[in-house]
Design a protein. Structure first.
Length: 244
């Protein structure tokens, strides 16, 4: 109980701190003949991957999925660079098991021209959104979640100019509790923060990660006043963030 109180006080004291985002890395994959090199690559959340055309043939960089590709671009003399940033928003909007994105060249599938990307991310979408006036509010985070690091919580697609409450709890995520026709995942509640969405239905909330939380998952979820929701309250997806 005392530890939970300290964490809650530390989080409350460091929410809404301004500053810059975490550093990001750009990785290069070269099209070499009928191959991508390297064919397998592990990147961190927030990193950018660039595929480079070397002057032989017409190719594509196409995610290999039946769900609809998250990326599908030509890699040709007229378009010699394909760039994709694998940030948390991208991962949450295009969820794949283990954050693994297999891809192929559609023109040379028969020649096994393919590759795969694995994204390591401390932010996890725990689901349980409840739709409002514009559908499900989208909630995602950015930042390394290391001791003292600057991180950002971002809410989008919520009702505009509406009162919202951010619920925070210690994880791991469980079944949650019934709440306004949906499910609230951050229980028992450690901290509540009340803010108002922008005219476009967004809230950006920077915070400094308190020390001593390595390996500790935090749970976050927004509830937003919304006349179009089942009980006048929409819920974002819940999100877990594990201290690094």
């Amino acid at each position: 109980m005392i530890r939970s109180l300290r964490i809650g006080l530390a989080l409350g004291a460091t929410l809404a701190i301004s500053g810059s985002a975490w550093s990001q890395t750009t990785h290069t994959i070269t099209q070499t003949g009928l191959n991508f090199s390297p064919a397998a690559l592990v990147v961190d959340c927030g990193d950018t991957v660039e595929w480079i055309f070397t002057g032989f043939g017409d190719h594509t960089v196409t995610e290999a999925t039946f769900a609809g590709p998250a990326f599908n671009e030509l890699l040709t003399p007229g378009n010699p660079l394909v760039s994709v940033t694998f940030n948390t928003k991208f991962l949450f909007e295009n969820p794949r098991a283990g954050n693994v994105y297999d891809y192929v060249c559609l023109n040379h599938v028969a020649f096994n021209m393919d590759g795969d990307l694995s994204v390591v991310c401390p932010w996890v979408d725990e689901g349980s959104a409840l739709a409002g006036v514009t559908g499900d509010p989208l909630f995602y985070g950015d930042g390394p979640l290391t001791n003292g690091s600057l991180n950002t919580l971002q809410l989008e697609n919520a009702a505009p100019n509406a009162n919202g409450v951010l619920f925070v709890a210690l994880g791991p995520a469980g079944a949650g509790a019934p709440f306004k026709g949906g499910t609230l995942i951050p229980v028992p509640i450690l901290l509540q923060v009340g803010l108002t969405t922008s005219p476009t239905g967004t809230i950006t909330l920077p915070f400094l990660m308190p020390g001593g939380l390595t390996g500790v998952p935090l749970l976050f979820q927004w509830a937003v006043s919304d006349a179009a929701a089942i009980k006048n309250v929409s819920l974002s997806n819940a999100m877990s963030a594990t201290g690094q």
